[in-house]
Write a protein that binds this ligand. Structure first.
Ligand code: ZN
Length: 190
C-alpha cells in the first residue's frame, strides 16, 4: 500500500514558481534556500504517504484482556487537503481487545502514520479506527479527534480557538450504549 516518496525537486521548482508569481526576487538572501526548505518540510509533513502502518502492529502480545485500553491526548500534526495548511490537535484512541493487545506507543505511531498525509479530519479519524479493527481484531475501537484547522483560524472565516471534533466508533462501542458511554467518559474525564 506504500506509495512512492515525494519528489523534492518538483516541489522546489513549484515553490520557486510561487515566489515568482507573488513578485518576489528569488535571489534575495532570505529566499535563496526557501524552495529547498519548503520541499523538505512537505517531505516531513507528508511522510506518512510512503509509510506502511502495518509495520506498527507486528509486535502484538497475545494477552487475555477484557478492559478498555485508551491512549489519550496523542498530539498530531496533519495537512488539510483542501488548502494544504496544517491542522493540529489531539487524538484519543481506545480499543477493547479480543485476544491480543498492542504495544501502547504503537497507537501513537499509527496516528502519526495516517496524520502525515494530505487529509481531512473525518477521514483521518475513520482510517485509524478501520485500520485497528482490521488488523488487531478487537471487540471495539473508538477514536475521537479534536483539532484546530489553520485554514479556518487564520484565513477564510478566521475563528481562532475553534476546534473540530470527530469520532469513529466501531464494534461494541457502536452497538452497545453502555460500552460507548464508558469509553467516551474515559476519554473526557479521566
Ligand atoms: Zn482546509
Amino acid at each position: 500500500m506504500a506509495k512512492k516518496k515525494v519528489d523534492i525537486g518538483k516541489i522546489e521548482k513549484a515553490v520557486t514558481d510561487i515566489l515568482l508569481a507573488i513578485g518576489e526576487d528569488i535571489n534575495r538572501e532570505g529566499l535563496k534556500l526557501t524552495p529547498k526548505r519548503v520541499a523538505g518540510m512537505y517531505a516531513e509533513l507528508l511522510a506518512g504517504e510512503s509509510e506502511d502502518p502495518t509495520q506498527y502492529i507486528k509486535s502484538v502480545f497475545n494477552e487475555k484482556c477484557d478492559e478498555i485500553i485508551l491512549l489519550r491526548d496523542i498530539p498530531f500534526y496533519s495537512v488539510c487537503e483542501h488548502h494544504m495548511m496544517p491542522f493540529i490537535g489531539k487524538a484519543h484512541v481506545a480499543y477493547l481487545p479480543q485476544d491480543c493487545v498492542l504495544g501502547v506507543s504503537k497507537l501513537a505511531r499509527v496516528v502519526d502514520c495516517f496524520a502525515r498525509r494530505l487529509q481531512i479530519q473525518e477521514r483521518l479519524t475513520s482510517q485509524i479506527a478501520d485500520f485497528l479493527i482490521e488488523h488487531i481484531n478487537p471487540q471495539g475501537v473508538a477514536v475521537v479527534i479534536e483539532a484546530s484547522h489553520s485554514c479556518m483560524t487564520i484565513r477564510g472565516i478566521k475563528k481562532p480557538g475553534s476546534t473540530m471534533v470527530t469520532s469513529a466508533l466501531r464494534g461494541i462501542f457502536k452497538k452497545d450504549p453502555r460500552s460507548r458511554a464508558e469509553v467516551l467518559s474515559l476519554m473526557h474525564n479521566a
